[in-house]
Design a protein around this ligand. Structure first.
Ligand SMILES: Cc1cc2nc3c(=O)[nH]c(=O)nc-3n(C[C@H](O)[C@H](O)[C@H](O)COP(=O)(O)OP(=O)(O)OC[C@H]3O[C@@H](n4cnc5c(N)ncnc54)[C@H](O)[C@@H]3O)c2cc1C
Length: 473
């Protein structure tokens, strides 16, 4: 058979074919060897994989009980709370601070309350910074252009040291938090360390840079790497849900006219972007952070181009065009996503907790994420303390974190979600504004809205609005 197969070929052709067969065989074997080597390499745990690298002199393998991925407000709050508890931790960020972050820069009373609770000196140092403006109230502009000024806490004027809220560029605020970490020798901060691998180990997690030369092994991983967290998506399974996610753009401006004399932040509920809003937040030196945010499902449904909508609003909207006529934009109009906390999701698992945006904890109505990130960071640190006390990092034990976050932030976010749904109707939003504006008693009651959750709860109760409509002015 074989002999017959060669019939008709001369000798050079046969040797050529043999050589070809041999080469194929060689490459096939090489491919298998390479594949086996590759599979073996990637099935090894990270430390052993790294030891196989040629230049091991620059290898840095660090061991800690508590590792924190991301040094934004969530990670920084966790590190600072651990610092005040005297628990060592390693916190890693890809950036070198100060670094910019796309945000509205409004910092709520939750942050100042927690800074004070962790260490009153921290709040004193923050108050003493020149880079922020105190916020003493909110100006709401309804779809019918009715303007409502609601001062905070019964209209306290800016005499006391601490304002109820602040507007502070994130470049400065996040840098302030990183500087605060330096007061605690138990906190090790690794900047300029981009984590590309996070893997489960026998005793917890290992996070490593792409070249594996920097590795942090920990028993409990606090995941605080923001809205684009791959860990949150791939390991914890929290996927983007457009009905519980917002798209947003913002830019800095100089010279916006008609700003509130007492530094109120402004929320404009404008028809084209409901149930989202347009904001103007005052910064020092006559600057302002200006932006808009809308739920992602609405953006898709209405085929909105946010940059175009933003530009059209400041150039043509009757409430805004005059105010932006001589304003100058400083820097680009930048966008980023906001994972909203309107849909409760699991935020812990075996040996890990999700914090801040990585845990989808942004308020669905206001877009407030810094305060919620801060709360989750503090709660995570206190949960870490309990884990260390009883040496338990199991998924079951860590569920206490989900429960505490839900207790502190859950009902507030659910209420915000209901209010957000109401405000999707321009007529409802305008009616609410008319009722409030026409009744000084309500305005007075609303000054407590910021701190009084029970009062805010009334806002979704139709009976409350009926009573208010008939109440004596
Ligand atoms: C346009 C816009 C306006 C907003 N306005 C407001 C507002 O006015 N008030 C408010 O309270 N909230 C606002 N938010 C929400 C707020 O910005 C976030 O909720 C907040 O930043 C969440 O903090 P965080 O620490 O969870 O995440 P982030 O602040 O995103 O911090 C995550 C950190 O992780 C680091 N990181 C990421 N990947 C890696 C990696 N691979 N390796 C190492 N480090 C990594 C990043 O460098 C970053 O420092 C706004 C959001 C947007 C998009």
């Amino acid at each position: 058979m074989v002999a017959r197969a060669w019939e008709g070929y001369d000798v050079p052709v046969i040797s050529c074919l043999c050589l070809h067969q041999a080469m194929l065989h060689y490459w096939f074997c090489q491919m298998w060897l390479w594949l086996a080597h590759y599979l073996r390499h990637f099935s090894l745990p990270l430390p052993q994989r790294a030891l196989r690298l040629k230049n091991i002199s620059v290898l840095s393998i660090l061991q800690t009980d508590i590792g924190i991925l991301g040094a934004g407000p969530a990670g920084a709050a966790a590190a600072l709370r651990l610092g005040t508890l005297g628990i060592p931790c390693i916190i890693v960020d890809k950036a070198t601070f100060p670094r910019p972050k796309v945000c509205g820069d409004a910092i709520s009373g939750k942050v100042t309350t927690l800074l004070h609770r962790m260490n009153p000196d921290m709040l004193r140092r923050f108050d003493a910074q020149p880079m922020h403006t105190g916020v003493w109230g909110i100006r709401f502009v309804a779809p019918n252009r009715k303007v409502l000024d609601i001062p905070f806490g019964g209209g306290i004027m800016p005499a006391s040291a601490s304002a109820p809220g602040y507007v502070c560029r994130r470049t400065d605020f996040d840098h302030f938090l990183v500087q605060e970490m330096k007061h605690y020798p138990s906190i090790t901060l690794l900047e300029n360390t981009d984590i590309q691998h996070v893997e489960k180990t026998g005793s917890g997690y290992c996070m490593a840079t792409a070249d594996l030369r920097t590795q942090v092994h920990c028993r409990l991983l606090l995941v605080a790497n923001g809205a684009h967290s791959a860990f949150s998506r791939k390991i914890a399974g929290l996927h983007k849900d457009p009905a519980h996610h917002a798209a947003s753009v913002r830019a800095y401006f100089d010279g916006v006219s008609g700003m509130h004399s007492q530094g109120f932040i402004e929320l404009h509920f404008l028809r084209p972007i409901l149930p989202g809003y347009f904001w103007i937040f005052p910064l020092p030196d006559g600057r302002a952070n200006v932006g808009l945010g809308i739920r992602s499902d609405v953006v898709s449904k209405k085929h909105l181009n946010l940059r175009q909508v933003f530009q059209e609003l400041i150039c043509t909207h009757p409430s805004l065009r005059e105010r932006f006529a001589h304003a100058r934009r400083e820097g680009p109009l930048e966008g980023y996503g906001l994972p909203l906390g309107s849909r409760p999701r699991p935020i812990s698992g075996d040996h890990y907790l999700l914090l801040g945006d990585a845990g989808h904890l942004i308020d669905p109505l206001t877009g407030e994420g810094i305060g919620n990130a801060f709360y989750s960071g503090v709660i995570a640190a206190e949960q870490a303390q309990r884990c260390l006390e009883v040496q338990n990092f199991s998924a079951d034990f860590l569920k206490a974190y989900d429960q505490r976050v839900a207790r502190v932030l859950g009902s507030e976010m659910q209420l915000s979600y209901r209010l957000q749904s109401l405000l999707a109707w321009p007529a409802v939003a305008s009616l609410m504004a008319n009722v409030i504006a026409g009744n000084s008693n309500i305005i007075h009651a609303f000054t407590r809205m910021y701190t009084d959750f029970e009062l805010r709860l009334q806002l979704v109760n139709p009976m409350f609005w009926l009573k208010m409509m008939w109440r004596k002015r």
